[in-house]
Design a protein around this ligand. Structure first.
Ligand code: ATP
Length: 308
């Protein structure tokens, strides 16, 4: 019998995304407060003749099947470190919107690592898995760790955060995605056009908000709603002006806070409790301002083998 290993990995929302100036290396320093939420991709690793990627789910057509797929890159990186031939099929059951600002590709990378590590018996230490994650992308370490965390640097230097309770979220999934590099470029362009300047010399160093960290720690949804910010939101709205209507539809439906998730175009709405979330979801669905509406709670656990 062929053994398979499945890993389940959450999406994320950035409850704070403070973006510093453009660095000479083309990246931006961030103060990035991640919250993992219960929308999951599943990555199943099965022995095969060669590395193969298959994808199912509504957005499957938008996911690359070659070695540019982040899940493939993760498997190749683990195999190379352990001198293993990457003879594996990775099936991605995709539920996280693609190019939606919810770290879907990063989730698949973390899931592939965890699943291949279990399938191949490499038993890589956590520090090694985190190292590979950081090589693959700024959001990948958080997909492995889950929960809530502060990311510094490009977002990959993580400090776990305690959360006082479960937060209730509604997500408005947009038609089509936004490219994260395009959104950062638009952020720089808007800053330069403002006369403010876009480089590290012009923009204050990004710092986590003490009020936001306290709201997470105490589990106070109203205080969290008052503190959420996303420096990429003006850029996402500039590239996709229709998102303004989505944000106001969620607010009119009773959301405590409405913001673009990461680089967008998914919009995230914080609700007081499960009942309020259901009512925000209903209002959004009726508004006709998004492709789909999802309800999820956070924090959610990071990448883990199902049934382990
Ligand atoms: P983030 O929130 O981390 O900025 P995102 O959620 O906006 O990312 P992804 O879903 O990760 O965006 O997809 C970004 C691009 O990465 C896609 O357009 C796709 O071409 C590519 N990609 C590579 N591997 C994957 C994968 N496993 N799943 C989805 N997209 C992938």
């Amino acid at each position: 019998m062929t053994r398979s290993v499945t890993a389940r990995v959450p999406a994320k929302v950035n409850v704070q995304l403070a973006v510093g100036g453009l660095r000479p290396d083309g990246f931006h320093d961030l103060a990035n407060v991640f919250l993992a939420v219960g929308l999951y991709d599943e990555v199943t690793a099965t022995p095969a003749d060669e590395l193969r990627i298959t994808v199912s789910g509504a957005d499957a057509h938008a996911v690359p099947l070659d070695r540019t797929n982040l899940a493939a890159r993760a498997a190749l990186a683990l195999a190379a470190r352990h001198g293993i031939e990457p003879r594996v099929q990775l099936h991605i059951a995709k539920d996280i919107p693609v190019a939606g600002g919810m770290a879907g590709g990063s989730a698949d990378a973390a899931g592939a690592l965890v699943a291949c590590d279990a399938l191949w018996g490499t038993a890589a230490p956590r520090t090694e898995l985190l190292e590979i994650c950081a090589e693959l992308g700024s959001d990948v370490p958080f997909s492995l760790v889950g929960g809530a965390a502060l990311g510094r640097g490009r977002g990959e230097l993580l400090t776990p955060l305690q959360t006082g309770s479960t937060f209730h979220w509604v997500f408005a999934v947009a038609e089509g995605g936004l490219s994260t590099p395009d959104v950062y470029r638009e952020c720089d362009r808007l800053r330069a056009a403002d006369g403010q300047g876009a480089t590290v010399a012009d923009v204050p160093d990004p710092e986590p908000s003490p009020a936001l960290l306290e709201a997470l720690r105490t589990g106070d949804a109203r205080a969290l709603a008052a503190a959420v910010t996303n420096d990429l939101q003006p850029a996402a709205l500039s590239l996709r002006p229709a998102l303004a209507a989505t944000l106001s539809a969620g607010t009119s439906a009773g959301a405590l806070a409405a913001l673009v998730s990461g680089s967008g175009p998914t919009c995230a709405f914080l609700a007081e409790d499960a009942e309020a979330a259901a009512s925000v979801a209903k209002g959004l669905a009726a508004s006709g301002t998004c492709r789909a509406v999802r309800v999820a709670t956070g924090p959610a656990p990071g990448a883990a083998v199902v049934g382990a």
